[in-house]
Design a protein around this ligand. Structure first.
Ligand SMILES: Nc1ncnc2c1ncn2[C@@H]1O[C@H](COP(=O)(O)OP(=O)(O)OP(=O)(O)O)[C@@H](O)[C@H]1O
Length: 251
């Protein structure tokens, strides 16, 4: 077990957003938090990551290092791509050359060219900036990664490539050590594609209404499997706030 949420409750300005949320995140596991806009996914993720103190319940963490990937890359504009990727490594007491090597390995993993490493964020496309953000998160070899709709703003091809990378690295990073992931998305197909389990949140119920395992092994799930699971689950009550009866996302 890497992370446990016990009876988490939270409110903003007296309005309850979450009540009685329980969740466990195992070693190497990816759990997707899914639900409609405003149901509290980001709040629960931030509580899990320690960015918000919950009003009720407790978070148990069994890891040393975590990283976060947000919807927007949040790079430092005055650092090059390579320096951004290496930024988190500064606290790890590694020689400068080793930091540069690690940054290079992770830049390659996300599909950046060596020449991109010397560019500043303003000189990169949106997709490249998000690749840098993913490389920066994974370079510190975190045991847990918190993802908050990280691929919503990138185009379809890159989204798939980054999802594949997350799945691969969660099982087995470059040094053989994977991470556990908590992954916020309102895209059911994305959740089914890359998660081991879904925690389904509802705005009405103020929290997690169901935790459900995705059939089959994550790495072995093909496009057809994902399509069929999404089709069949979209008709269920648990997803009513998330997708319409045809499997389309409610805006
Ligand atoms: N800092 C805050 N102050 C006041 N209300 C907040 C704050 N942060 C979130 N909320 C409210 O709490 C509720 C849950 O927000 P949250 O961002 O966790 O939802 P979400 O499921 O991640 O939504 P989305 O999919 O749109 O990002 C929303 O009604 C939101 O307006």
């Amino acid at each position: 077990m890497r992370l446990a949420l016990d009876r988490i409750g939270h409110a903003f300005l007296g309005r309850t957003v979450l009540e009685g949320c329980d969740l466990l995140l195992a070693n190497g596991e990816i759990v997707a938090l899914v639900g409609p806009s405003g149901c509290g996914k980001t709040t629960l993720l931030q509580i899990a990551a320690g960015l918000i103190d919950p009003l009720r319940g407790r978070v148990r963490r069994d890891y040393r290092r975590h990283a976060m990937v947000f919807q927007e890359p949040r790079l430092m504009p005055w650092l090059t791509a390579g320096e951004n990727i290496a930024y988190g490594l500064a606290s790890l007491d590694l020689p400068r050359r080793r930091r540069r090597e690690i940054a290079g390995v992770h830049a390659r993993l996300v599909g950046l060219e060596p020449a991109d490493l010397d560019k500043y964020p303003a000189e990169l496309s949106g997709g490249m900036r998000q690749r840098v953000a993913v490389a920066r998160a994974l370079a510190v070899e975190p045991e847990v990664v918190f993802f908050d709709e990280p691929f919503t703003a990138v185009d379809v091809g890159l989204r798939r490539a980054l999802q594949d990378l997350v799945m691969r690295m969660a099982g087995d990073g470059p040094s053989g050590q994977g991470f556990s992931g908590l992954f916020v998305t309102h895209d059911l197909a994305e959740a089914v594609r890359l998660a081991d389990r879904l925690a389904i949140l509802s705005a009405r119920a103020r929290g997690i209404v169901e935790i459900r395992a995705v059939p089959g092994r994550r790495a072995a799930r093909g496009d057809r499997d994902v399509f069929e699971i999404v089709q069949s689950w979209s008709r269920e009550e648990a997803f009513a706030e998330l997708v319409d009866g045809e499997g389309r996302h409610v805006p």
